[in-house]
Write a protein that binds this ligand. Structure first.
Ligand code: AGP
Length: 613
C-alpha cells in the first residue's frame, strides 16, 4: 500500500526521492507526490500527480525542478478520498509550516477533524492524513515545543495504523518519522540519512538500517539519526545490516520483475535451504526452534492471507502425512474475528512475505494474548510480524517486487517442509536415512525448477491460445488442490480472467454445470495415490466439452489419452510436488497477462503489502 521515502544529505533530494518512489511502486498506488525544502528560501516545494509515477517524473523533470537537499515523497493507495491530485500526499498545515506523508489509516480522524475545525482549521482534502498533519501543527503551536513534542502529543491522540514522515519549516535539514503497526525503516549513509517504507529505496546509499518500534520517533539529519520514546527521551536503537544488494531491486534485463523473480526461485530456494541445513544436517536453531520443544506440540494452527495461505494449505497435507500432527488452517481475516478456540499445547504459524499484512499481524497478536507459542515464516527482516513472533524462520528470497508472489511463495514452502521434517524427527517418525533422502530431494528442486523454466516457450505458446478465455478452472486432489488454488490466484490477479480452483471430487456438487464447450480446465495430478481418481474427474469435465491442460509427473504418459495439452514436471518426493508444479502455472499466468497487454508487475487495484484490514 502507500510508500514513504525521505532523504536529507548533500545531494539534491528531488531525483533521489523520485528514484526511491520507483522502488516502492510495487506496493501499489494511484497517485504520488514529493515535498522538498528549498535550502535558501526555506519554502517547501510540493508537487503531486495523479496516476503513475511517470506523471510526477514529467512534472518535476525527474525531481530536478525542486531545489533542496531535504525532502519526503509518497505513493498513495487511496483509502480516504478518491485518487486525486488534491488527496495525494504530501499534505501540509494552513501556513505550510508542517508538511508530511502518511501510510495507514487514522481511525478517529473525523473526531479530530471536528476538533481542529472548531479551533479554526480548514481542510482542502478528504484524507485522514491532512488531519494528522494539522494536528501536529496544532500541538506545535499550542505548546510552543519542539517537533518531537508536537508529534508525541499527536501520537497519543490518533488511533489506527500509521507511519509518518514530517518536516517543519522552522527546522531545516530535519525529517521526523514515527510509526505504529505500519512499516518504516531508517537508513544511515555517509553524510545522509534516509527513511522508507522498506529498505529498497535506500540500498543505493546504505545497508545500515534502524527498525523503529511502535510509538517511537526518529529525527533524521545529514549528520546522523536520533531516536525518541513517547516521553521525548532519547533512546538507543541498534543498527542492523541488510544483506540485500541494490541489484536485487532492479529488473536486470528482464522485461518484468515477475519473470525475474520466477527465474530467481532456484537461487532463493538454495539460500533458504542453506540457512537451515549445514553439512547435510538440518537444524532449525537459527530460528530458535529445538526438537525437544517441537515434541510438546499436539497441533499446529497456520494462519495467513492470499498465496501465503495457499502455502499453508499445501503444508497441512505435508504435516499430517509426514509428521502426523493435526493442522488447522485459516485465512487471517476470518481467524481474527471468529473467536477461535485454541488449545494450549499448540504451535501457531503465521506466514507472510512482507511481515506487515494487517490481518496476519492482528491474528498473531490475538494468539500471543492467549499465551500460545508463535512462529513467523517471514521474508522481510525486522518487519512487524518478525519482531512480534516468539520464533522467526526467515525465508531468503531477497526483495520481491512483483505484486504476484513467486519466489517468496516458493521459499515459504521450503520452510514449511523443513518444519514438518523437524516435527517428524522430533516425534521419532522418520529415520536418518529417510531424512537424508528428503534433504537430497530438497536440494534437487532448484535444478528441477530450472528445467521447467527452460521449457517456458511451450507455455508461452499455450498462453497465447487461451489469453482471451472468460473463465479458467483448476482442479486437483490433496496437495494438487493446494497447487490449483495458487495457480488460480496467480491467473486472476495478473490476467483479470475469472478463475476458480476446486477440489476435483467437489466438482459434481455444483461447479460442473459451469463447464461448457471449450472451457479451459487445468488439472494438476502429481500425487501417485490420487492420480487415477483425478483422471476420472478429468474425464468427467472432458465429456462436458472442456479443453484440458494437465500437469503431472514425468512418466505419467497415459494422461495424454485424456488431456489436450500436458506439462510434465520432474519427479520429486510426494511432499514436495507443489514446488515444481506451481512453476508452469506461474509462467502461464505471466504469459497470459503479457498477451493481454496488462501491467504484469502492478495489477490494478492490488497492493503488494496489505497494511490495512
Ligand atoms: C499473491 O500473489 C498476492 N500478492 C497476495 O495474495 C499475498 O500473498 C498476500 O497479500 C499476503 O501477503 P504477505 O505474504 O506479505 O502477508
Amino acid at each position: 500500500m502507500c510508500g514513504i521515502v525521505g532523504y536529507v544529505g548533500s545531494e539534491q533530494a528531488g531525483p533521489i526521492l523520485l528514484d526511491g518512489l520507483s522502488k516502492l511502486e510495487y506496493r501499489g498506488y494511484d497517485s504520488a507526490g514529493i515535498a522538498v525544502r528549498n535550502d535558501e528560501t526555506g519554502e517547501f516545494q510540493i508537487v503531486k500527480a495523479k496516476g503513475r509515477l511517470h506523471e510526477l517524473y514529467i512534472k518535476t523533470d525527474g525531481g530536478r525542478t525542486t531545489k533542496g537537499t531535504c525532502g519526503i515523497g509518497h505513493t498513495r493507495w487511496a483509502t480516504h478520498g478518491e485518487a486525486t491530485e488534491i488527496n495525494a500526499h504530501p499534505h501540509y498545515s494552513d501556513d505550510k509550516n508542517v508538511v508530511g506523508v502518511h501510510n495507514g489509516i487514522i481511525e478517529n480522524y473525523q473526531e479530530l477533524k471536528e476538533k481542529l475545525t472548531r479551533k479554526g482549521y480548514s481542510f482542502y482534502s478528504e484524507t485522514d492524513t491532512e488531519v494528522v498533519i494539522k494536528l501536529i501543527d496544532y500541538y506545535y503551536k499550542k505548546y510552543l515545543g519542539t517537533p518531537v513534542d508536537a508529534i508525541n502529543h499527536t501520537l497519543v491522540r490518533i488511533r489506527g495504523a500509521y507511519s509518518l514522515a514530517v518536516m517543519f519549516k522552522e527546522y531545516p535539514g530535519e525529517i521526523y518519522v514515527a510509526r505504529k503497526d505500519a512499516p518504516l525503516v531508517v537508513g544511515r549513509a555517509d553524510g545522509a540519512s534516509l527513511c522508507g517504507s522498506d529498505v529498497s529505496p535506500m540500498l543505493k546509499f546504505t545497508r545500515t538500517v534502524y527498525y523503529i518500534d511502535d510509538l517511537q520517533l526518529g529525527k533524521l539529519t545529514k549528520d546522523g539519526v536520533t531516536f525518541y520514546n513517547l516521553d521525548g527521551d532519547e533512546i538507543e536503537i541498534e543498527p542492523k545490516t541488510v544483506n540485500w544488494d541494490a541489484e536485487a531491486v532492479e529488473k536486470c534485463g528482464f522485461e518484468h520483475f515477475m519473470m525475474k523473480e520466477i527465474h530467481e526461485q532456484p537461487k532463493a530456494i538454495t539460500e533458504t535451504l542453506n540457512a537451515y541445513i549445514k553439512d547435510g544436517v538440518f537444524d532449525l536453531s537459527a530460528a530458535g526452534i529445538e526438537d525437544d520443544k517441537l515434541k510438546t506440540y499436539q497441533r499446529i494452527y497456520i494462519v495467513a492471507c492470499g498465496s501465503a495461505y495457499h502455502v499453508g494449505v499445501a503444508a497441512k497435507y505435508v504435516f499430517e502425512k509426514m509428521a502426523h500432527v493435526p493442522v488447522e488452517i485459516d485465512i487471517a481475516s476470518e481467524f481474527r474475528y471468529r473467536d477461535p478456540i485454541l488449545m494450549k499445547d499448540s504451535l501457531f504459524v503465521v506466514i507472510s512475505q512482507s511481515g506487515e499484512t494487517a490481518d496476519s499481524l492482528a491474528a498473531l497478536r490475538l494468539v500471543k494474548e492467549k499465551n500460545i507459542d508463535t512462529l513467523a515464516v517471514v521474508n522481510v527482516t525486522g518487519s512487524s510480524i518478525a519482531r512480534e513472533a516468539d520464533y522467526v524462520m526467515y525465508t531468503y528470497a531477497g526483495p520481491e517486487i512483483a505484486v504476484a508472489t513467486t519466489k517468496a511463495y516458493s521459499c515459504q514452502l521450503i520452510n514449511m517442509y523443513l518444519l514438518s521434517m523437524a516435527f517428524a524427527r522430533a516425534k521419532g517418525l522418520t529415520s536418518a536415512d529417510e531424512l537424508d533422502k528428503l534433504i537430497k530431494a530438497l536440494y534437487a528442486l532448484p535444478g528441477q525448477i530450472n528445467e521447467i523454466i527452460g521449457d517456458k516457450e511451450r507455455i508461452q505458446w499455450f498462453a497465447s491460445q487461451f489469453s482471451t478465455s472468460q473463465d479458467i478452472f483448476f482442479i486437483g486432489r490433496g496437495i494438487d488442490y493446494a497447487i490449483g488454488l495458487e495457480g488460480s490466484l496467480k491467473t486472476k490477479e495478473i490476467s483479470y480472467i475469472h478463475s476458480e480452483a476446486y477440489a476435483a471430487g467437489e466438482l459434481k456438487h455444483g461447479t460442473i454445470s459451469l463447464i461448457d464447450k471449450g472451457t479451459l480446465v487445468i488439472s494438476v495430478a502429481t500425487q501417485d495415490a490420487l492420480y487415477e481418481k483425478t483422471v476420472s474427474n478429468i474425464v468427467e469435465v472432458k465429456s462436458r466439452g472442456a479443453y484440458l491442460m494437465g500437469i503431472t509427473n514425468s512418466g505419467n504418459y497415459n494422461i495424454e489419452n485424456t488431456v489436450d495439452f500436458v506439462v510434465y514436471v520432474p519427479r520429486t518426493e510426494q511432499y514436495f510436488t507443489t514446488s515444481l508444479a506451481i512453476v508452469p502455472l506461474q509462467l502461464l499466468a505471466y504469459y497470459i497477462s503479457l498477451a493481454r497487454g496488462l501491467d504484469v508487475d502492478k495489477p490494478r487495484n492490488l497492493a503488494k503489502s496489505v497494511t490495512v484490514e
